[in-house]
Design a protein around this ligand. Sequence first.
Ligand SMILES: [Zn+2]
Length: 231
Amino acid sequence: MSHPATVDNHHSDGLSLRYAYRPSTEAQLESLTAEHTCLSCGDKGQFVTGDLGPKKQMASLIYYRGAMKCQCGFMNFAYVIINDLPEEKKNQAMPSRVSIDKEINEGNIPDYRMEEFLQMSAACAHNEDFDEAEAYIKRCLEIDPDNQAALYNLGWLCTKREALQDAVQAYKKVESISDNFPSASLNLGYIYQEAGDYQNAIKSYRKFLNRYPNHMDARNRLTQCDKKLAG
Ligand SMILES: [Zn+2]
């Protein structure tokens, strides 16, 4: 696996929408995803499950984001643009090359490095190389300091190495951007509860339960914290 400092000018097929696989036949579609290299162990095609998921569309691009779980346990994600498949061509889909250029020019395609680094980071974490995982996340945050997925992962990695203040900061920033990552509130609750800060733990669990009212663990923990404060 390449070090984050060296991957800026490098890309891997399938890891980003910009450098997605672009099959022109159904057979190619199958073999490309089946032969995808696992980011965690480096093996090819040792997938125990694979699912292309629903067909998606972004402006002129038609694509899948496949999820393939490797024998090593790592969940790989690969983009497959299908504009060039016969069926889509029949429906007047724009050729993939033209479509990608168009969507890049119109600012619709995210920075490919962001998508690659997030996956690299997840693979490093799966291999328990947490320093490297954090290095990839830091690179993401240099590109976009407000990327919620990167901030969320930073919070998780900081918790892992018990840098709890940094973790709290990262999760709070996730919360401040939007409520698309409710797990940030749950994880904040865990940290506060562990530290004996029951008031903040309660606030965090309530915020999470607003989104997932039936989450048993959060409900039990909220009750525990309420009892601590009452007692
Ligand atoms: Zn693997």
